[in-house]
Design a protein around this ligand. Structure first.
Ligand SMILES: [Mg+2]
Length: 145
């Protein structure tokens, strides 16, 4: 199977992703791409929106933009750890961004990926994050630092 057309087998319960990014076009485009690969994707445009979404319905993994107005990714991450402690979080960061927050997030995030992230790479990390959640201690990749 071509990597370009990779798709997960959704099975009876497709992996549930919460995608949090303040850029609507990026967010909805990425959501569409991930849905086409078999994931169930909800979106939020802010940290507050993410908290509402995850309290309304659980997610298996959160994909979180680091740079957002208002509550940034760092603050959002800390709150998510409180309200959804077992849910792995994948951080998206802008290319070339040097952010002190990354150090603070190092032990909290499952992985960091640079924007623009190839959808198949993101899918791979999402699946690894979900697998690690089911197997404590496993799967941390830190591939794209
Ligand atoms: Mg942003």
């Amino acid at each position: 199977m071509s990597e370009r057309h990779r798709r997960v087998d959704p099975g009876p319960t497709p992996p549930r992703v919460l995608l949090v990014d303040d850029e609507a076009l990026f967010r909805e485009t990425l959501a569409k791409v991930l849905r086409a690969r078999g994931l169930e994707v909800r979106t939020a445009g802010s940290g507050a929106g993410a908290f509402d979404a995850i309290e309304a319905e659980p997610a298996d993994v959160v994909v979180l933009d680091l740079k957002m107005p208002g509550l940034n990714g760092l603050a959002t991450m800390h709150r998510l750890r409180e309200i959804a402690p077992g849910v792995p979080v994948i951080i998206l960061t802008g290319h070339g961004t040097v952010d002190a927050g990354l150090t603070a997030l190092d032990d909290l995030a499952f992985d960091f990926l640079l924007k623009p992230v190839p959808p198949d790479r993101l899918l791979e990390v999402i699946l690894a994050a979900i697998a690690s959640g089911r197997t404590p201690g496993g799967g941390r990749t830190k591939g794209d630092r």
